[in-house]
Design a protein around this ligand. Structure first.
Ligand SMILES: [Zn+2]
Length: 305
């Protein structure tokens, strides 16, 4: 893991995920904690090198690669964990992530590996998502829902941490169908975020490069938005001939349009969630509706009746 200094009070530890470090008047806030014990240990090592002792951890959202290191960090330092309510629930009961990905049914073992199920960690403080002080540090918590239900970002001075609100272009090109719990809310979040990036010198997303220019950050945001719009359009096209189709058939069509090959259960359920979220979005907008035929749930274009 690589330690990058942004200014006198702010650092990023770059690894599988970007970890934020904020030092302020004897306090030290860590933003996200990486995947597991190993990343937790690395984070602690890097922070100690700076002569700092972590006092708090803020988890942007409860995906295993962002909170998995929390268990270790709490054990070693006793730092206070901050998260919003829904995210804190998943952190407290990590089975919830594979469980919701598998429609609430007991998830198969392929979904119970550390990428989808981290060690549990209890939040000490439940965030409303709009705090202006965390751990006595004047940060601004901002709601960034979409990728995850109650994801938040953190603004401190000239640095903005945004979790996985948007993805870098190369990550999007690799994964093709980004994970979104709510495509519509995600698009709204990104529209708002684009207007805020100009106030910051550094934009730190959950993965990939640190953006030092507004245009670069906004280009990645636009790229993420375009991918979400493309997926909505893929679903519309799949239903355009007026034939009602199942979720499985729609997912198949979207995957083909996005040129991805699905060959693993985790990949399938993650993509399926995004496509389901696209269907929810289009249903809310009156563009598609669910119907039942021969005991099958199908989606049709238009509005019911
Ligand atoms: Zn995530």
């Amino acid at each position: 893991m690589q330690l990058i200094q942004l200014n006198e009070q702010t650092w990023v530890i770059q690894g599988g995920a970007n970890i934020g470090v904020i030092a302020y008047e004897g306090r030290c806030l860590i933003i996200d904690s990486g995947m597991d014990k190993d990343t937790g240990r690395d984070i602690l090592k890097q922070v100690k090198k700076l002569g700092l002792t972590p006092t708090a951890l803020l988890v942007t959202h409860a995906h295993a690669d962002h909170f998995g290191g929390a268990h270790y960090l709490v054990g070693q330092t006793g730092l206070q964990v901050h998260a919003t309510r829904v995210e804190a629930s998943v952190m407290a009961s990590p089975i919830l992530e594979p469980l919701y990905l598998f429609s609430g049914a007991q998830p198969p073992r392929e979904l119970q590996h550390k990428f989808l199920m981290a060690k549990p960690s209890l939040a000490d403080v439940i965030l409303a998502g709009n705090e202006s002080v965390v751990d006595q540090i004047p940060v601004q918590v901002i709601p960034l829902p979409g990728h995850s239900l109650e994801q938040v970002g953190v603004a401190f001075g000239e640095t903005l941490f945004v979790g996985d609100a948007f993805l870098t272009e190369d990550i999007l090109d690799k994964h093709r169908i980004p994970f979104y719990s709510d495509v519509q809310v995600g698009l709204t979040t990104l529209t708002t975020l684009k207007m805020q990036t100009g106030s910051f010198k550094h934009i730190v997303a959950g993965h990939g490069e640190i953006y030092t220019a507004t245009e670069h950050a906004n280009r990645a945001i636009n790229y993420t938005m375009q991918r979400l719009e493309d997926i909505l359009e893929n679903v519309r096209r799949t239903l355009a001939d007026g034939t009602p189709r199942s979720l499985a058939d729609i997912l198949n069509a979207v995957a083909t349009a996005q040129e991805v090959t699905i060959n693993a259960l985790p990949q399938y359920v993650l993509y399926q969630t995004t496509v389901q979220s696209a269907l929810s979005t289009l249903y809310t907008q009156g563009e598609v509706y669910p119907l039942f035929q021969d005991n099958a749930l199908l989606w049709n274009r238009g509005t019911k009746g």
